[in-house]
Ligand binder design. Structure first.
Ligand code: CP
Ligand code: NVA
Length: 307
């Protein structure tokens, strides 16, 4: 049987997403009460880009589930010397129960998944960051029920975080308002997929180049870096995105009790100000913690399915 991979947010149905978020809440309440990887089962976690939160949360999370994390940096393995991703997938599948990978192009993780006989989990690619969105949704659900919640996302919405926000929130039946200039908006195929999902879940996606229109009345306001890993520094991007900064003036248009999300790392003074990051509405560090609980739930769920 083909393993259940989690390469993008819609590799889970709305019901599966809800089941995993429910388990994440239980695992947050009882961190060591569910040793789903006891044995121990080993999980490989491969990095082809830098990471702090993803590295820590998978390493610690796999250990807390009773499993054995095997963290690999591409540069210190034969991947860094050009061994093919397909051969690497076949070898890893002989040793571990799941493969988690952070890499560049989505073609690379698709190639890995096509050769793997164990579940493959996307720990960030250029196109998607679905593990982050499970943590984001867990953080929102701690604030208010997901269905019907308005989430505004401002800034660069054409890369991994924008795409995953659109699709994961649609699966949860949320209303997403993207505030981004032309050239930084989600691609038509992502919006078309969201529309398909929203026809079933009752969610919606609106795209505008007006940041105030996106944020007005929102229950949640989220943003991400203007220069993502793998992008060259560019004065053009700073110029284009400057008026989408998440600052106190913009946040004042959201609901009074709105919460602020940022997947981190933040570039303080660029896409978000210190005042907002450190302000009373910020939930960014709860969000970072929830990576741990959400990914433990995901792995436990995937491996139960594979058993
Ligand atoms: N949010 C996130 O993925 O952080 P890291 O890059 O530190 O893993
Ligand atoms: N969009 C950012 C997210 C970092 C977690 C990047 O890809 O660098």
């Amino acid at each position: 049987m083909k393993p259940h991979h989690f390469l993008r947010d819609d590799d889970l149905t709305p019901a599966e997403q809800a089941e995993i978020l429910d388990l994440a809440a239980k695992l947050k309440a009882d961190r060591h009460g569910y040793p789903a990887l006891a044995g121990p089962k080993s999980v490989a976690v491969v990095f082809e880009k830098p990471s702090t939160r993803t590295r820590l949360s998978f390493d610690i999370g796999i250990a807390e589930l009773g499993g054995h994390p095997v963290l690999l940096d591409a540069q210190s393995t034969q991947l860094g010397r050009g061994e093919s991703i397909g051969d690497t997938a076949k070898v890893l599948s002989r040793y571990v129960s799941a493969i988690v990978i952070r890499t560049f192009g989505d073609d690379r993780i698709a190639e890995l998944a096509s050769h793997a006989t164990v579940p493959v989990v996307n720990a960030l690619t250029d196109g998607w960051h679905p593990c982050q969105l499970l943590a984001d949704l867990q953080t929102v659900a701690e604030h208010r029920p997901l269905k019907g919640t308005h989430l505004a996302y401002v800034g660069d919405a054409a890369f991994n975080m924008g795409n995953s926000t659109v699709i994961a929130c649609s699966l949860a039946g949320m209303h997403v308002r993207i505030g981004a200039p032309e050239g930084y908006q989600p691609a038509p195929d992502v919006l078309a997929r969201a529309a398909e999902i929203n026809a079933a879940t009752g969610g919606s996606v609106l795209v505008t180049n007006d940041p105030v229109a996106a944020v007005t009345g929102a229950h949640v306001v989220s943003t991400d870096a203007w220069i993502s890993m793998g992008m060259a520094d560019s004065a053009q991007r700073f110029g284009d995105l400057g008026r989408y900064q998440l600052n106190a003036e913009l946040l004042a248009h959201a609901a009074d009790d709105a919460i602020v999300l940022h997947c981190l790392p933040a570039h303080r003074g660029e896409e978000i100000t210190d005042e907002v990051m450190d302000g009373p509405q910020s939930r960014v560090f709860e969000q970072a913690e929830n990576r741990l609980h959400a990914q433990k739930a995901l792995l436990a769920w995937l491996l139960k399915e594979a058993a």
